[in-house]
Design a protein around this ligand. Sequence first.
Ligand code: PAF
Length: 286
Amino acid sequence: MELLRTVEEVRRWRAEVRSAGRRLGFVPTMGALHAGHRSLIDTARAANEAVAVSIFVNPTQFGPQEDFAHYPRPLEADLALCREAGVDAVFHPEPETMYPLGFCTWVEVRGPLAESFEGAVRPGHFRGVATVVLKLFEIVQPDRAYFGQKDAQQACLVRRMIADLNLPVELHVCPTVREADGLALSSRNVYLTPEQRRMAPILFQALQRAEAAILQGERRAQTVIQIMEETMATVPEARLDYAAVVDPNSFLPVKTISDDVLLLLAARFGNTRLIDNLPISFPRNA
Ligand code: PAF
């Protein structure tokens, strides 16, 4: 496995992969890799002759009060996981490589997709995400890129950016990986105290109760939201940021459920903010 630190090193490696006729799958990450990342890597590995992973804690997607300084950076363990998973190259740039002195070009995604939910709670977050993802795509030039459903709004925004900017990248969104008790894997789960960790699966329970109501015929989004809110309220330590039923492509709130929807939840457990979601699909008529 190659550890690439500069753009020039990636370009050289990429040229070799291309000239060997190997298709390149790419998994962008901020490190602190867990089984969720591993499943993205495995999916990329199965479908491509070469796989690259980036490990870069992107400063521009963190707000001033967020956890950039404390974000976990277990580089050796991350490299071991990548090696074990058969990754061909890891791109691990310095912040100055991605944001050199004088950097002033940004990707600004506008509208509800970027400005609601995570975009509203974390102003500037998606500008940082879109900018770094475009830069990574330009540097790595993957044929396919793999993102997790866990960060559904991010995946949707990247899909929009790929379409809007005609990027030659095929996006694959892979299912959320969960602990046995339903908690979605996240690098931030390590911040939870044992007590908070015990309570955190309430997020998935709330989503499941909402799903069950829809499957039993409930079509009023407000009632489904109420089910999620009431379930979350059974754990008073969980402070709900939002519970919503949205269109999975636009992230616009839905009033009456008549087609595929996405259930969204975000809550704080102490200082740790967790998000989760559940896509609900209706069978298509042939
Ligand atoms: O999902 C993440 O880990 C990050 O937002 C990403 C896509 C690597 C961009 O920094």
